[in-house]
Design a protein around this ligand. Structure first.
Ligand code: ZN
Length: 186
């Protein structure tokens, strides 16, 4: 999924529940940031010798990394944000991994033409990861894979995902617009 999809769902997550007194735009931005935090490793492949587009195979794109990142953010910002904000931020992080793996789940359900595991939930004990990285490098040696390949596969391989990403964006914009029209501050 693209950053816009993760940002949209994170924004919708930020609107869940009854907001505490000091909940404001900084909380919403923090939750959206957490919902996208895993994708900062997108810039790592070129400096790690890994082919482009392979950032889902990185240890930084796993639940274990999510727990570590969450704990760091909690220690840094525990005086800035409420428990409510941290719960939603954790939920936004979890939603990122679920949405990244959704194409594979659709494939398992027979709803997508192709798919392979994207998130290795039990890392470092997920045996699928080694096999998938091997497959990734094998297909790369046959034909160099770039980011364009993944973008093309995303649109053609799992159009449901693209459609749901688009819908989530529309819903997020509508929720935001309603809030602006009503003059709400958060
Ligand atoms: Zn991701």
């Amino acid at each position: 999924m693209f950053p816009i999809g993760h940002a949209s769902i994170s924004y919708l997550i930020s609107q869940i529940g009854r907001k505490p007194k000091h909940f404001g735009w900084k909380d919403v931005i923090f939750i959206i940031f957490c919902g996208n935090i895993f994708d900062f490793d997108f810039f790592l492949p070129p400096i790690s010798g890994f082919p482009n587009g392979g950032h889902h195979y990185f240890p930084t794109h796993t639940p274990l990394a999510g727990i570590i990142l969450f704990l760091i953010l909690f220690l840094l910002f525990r005086k800035v944000f409420s428990k409510h904000t941290f719960v939603l931020a954790g939920l936004a992080m979890l939603s990122h991994l679920v949405l990244d793996d959704l194409s594979y789940w659709l494939y398992l359900l027979g709803l997508a033409k192709e798919g392979s595991p994207q998130i290795f939930w039990l890392y470092p004990f997920d045996p699928r990861r080694k096999i998938e990285i091997q497959n990734f490098f094998e297909s790369y040696s046959e034909e160099p894979i770039g980011n364009e390949y993944f973008v093309k596969r995303y649109f053609l391989g799992a159009p449901q995902l693209f459609v749901s990403e688009f819908l989530m964006m529309i819903i997020a914009v509508l929720v935001l617009a309603r809030k602006v029209v009503r003059g709400k501050k958060r």
